[in-house]
Design a protein around this ligand. Structure first.
Ligand SMILES: C[S@@+](CC[C@H](N)C(=O)[O-])C[C@H]1O[C@@H](n2cnc3c(N)ncnc32)[C@H](O)[C@@H]1O
Length: 361
């Protein structure tokens, strides 16, 4: 099955991708395994959501008691404000509610809250969600949603891909805990990389085998292969979770071989044949495969951005990125004899993909 790249222009205009319940469950379980009380007495905010469609609200509402939540808040974005306006029909849930307002349904966001056993059946769950229209359209940048952010402890969502950078800085402004889905390409954004390097944010546990499947009203517009007509889902290969909640995987060091063993036994023919090449322009070696990082090498190594999915801060130190070398941040990494550019690493005059520069601890 083919993949879809999030930076694809056709995709960036479509923000309507809905996350699978099982993906949310798998990710949240990783935080719960690390700390069973991670959500206890917490107010969780799910912005950029659409509780009538989205599984984030269902997941946290169904687990409200088990997690010991204090409050769940979920907000949606008004249909008239969305990039993609489907043939909109309010749901029966909304129409049958006395609060239904024809003049608001398209232009106002909605807020759903869960704090108590509204139905009186002795349980607090999805049946007890209470809702109303927001004053505004539910834009996370509005003062109305910023207030909810400030009231919350943990923010969890799959924000609009096109506004990922802004969304992250909106969270950091308020110094909140968070778990977010984003494109792996975001690792190379200057502001995002800086947070990763400072260990203020890291990659989450991750999607199964690195593949994320989303439902979308636009699914059918994607090519056969990207869109699976059987499941109705769209496949992305470069999605990951970003978080500042701790989880076990990031404290598991990778099992790696020594440099000499890699030269003899690496599963990558390129390493066995050519060894580790020194960059023309950096005082560092190129390691094109994360699983071929030589564990006993003391110098600086350039590794693919997907390294971050396996990164354990106890095992390696992130020195910087090729972008930062270009910006002049690490003069000691530059090979002064090189007459060409420093925009990326070069080997035998050939420009390499974007790399993260690391060193063993
Ligand atoms: C990628 S979807 C994810 C939906 C849901 N959180 C999920 O994962 O199932 C992002 C949602 O954010 C909404 N959105 C787009 N721009 C927004 C904004 N400025 N403020 C709030 N929501 C926005 C989109 O309409 C879309 O419904």
């Amino acid at each position: 099955m083919a993949n879809l790249n999030l930076s694809n222009a056709k995709v960036s205009k479509n923000d309507e991708f809905y996350t699978q319940y099982t993906d949310i469950e798998k990710e949240m379980n990783a935080y719960l395994e690390f700390d069973p009380n991670v959500f206890k007495d917490k107010t969780i905010l799910l912005p950029c959501d659409d509780p009538e469609w989205s599984n984030f609200t269902k997941f946290f509402a169904q687990n409200f008691e088990r997690f010991g939540l204090k409050k769940l808040i979920s907000t949606s974005y008004a249909v008239d404000s969305k990039n993609f306006k489907s043939a909109y029909q309010p749901t029966l849930f909304e129409i049958n509610d006395p609060k239904f307002d024809e003049s608001k349904t398209r232009v106002k966001g909605k807020i759903f809250t869960l704090t108590r056993d509204k139905t009186g059946d002795g349980k607090i769950n999805v049946e007890d969600l209470e809702w109303t229209y927001l004053k505004d359209d539910g834009d996370f940048r509005s003062s109305e949603i910023a207030k909810l952010r400030d009231e919350s402890d943990i923010i969890v969502t799959n924000p609009p891909f096109s506004l990922f950078r802004e969304f992250v800085s909106w969270i950091f402004e308020a110094k909140r805990k968070f778990v977010l889905i984003g494109s792996m390409n975001a690792i190379t954004y200057k502001e995002i990389f800086s947070l990763l390097k400072q260990d203020k944010m890291w990659l989450g546990n991750g999607f199964k085998a690195g593949n994320a499947y989303f439902s979308s009203p636009l699914s059918k517009n994607y090519a056969e292969g990207v869109y699976d007509s059987e499941t109705g889902l769209v496949k992305f290969r470069n999605c990951c979770w970003y978080t500042n909640l701790d989880h076990g995987k990031r404290h598991h060091p990778m099992a790696l071989m020594t440099l000499n063993d890699n030269l003899k036994f690496s599963k990558h023919k390129d390493i066995r044949k050519n060894g580790y090449q020194k960059y023309d322009n950096y005082n560092a070696i190129e390691v094109s495969f994360t699983d071929a990082i030589p564990i006993d090498f003391d110098g600086i190594m350039g590794v693919p951005i997907s390294f971050l999915d396996k990164y354990s801060p106890e095992q390696f130190e992130i020195i910087g990125s090729d972008y930062e070398v270009k910006e002049g941040l690490f003069p000691e990494i530059k090979n002064e004899n090189w007459k060409g550019k420093f925009d990326r690493g070069y080997i035998n005059g050939r420009r390499i993909y974007s790399r993260i520069l690391i060193r063993k601890r």
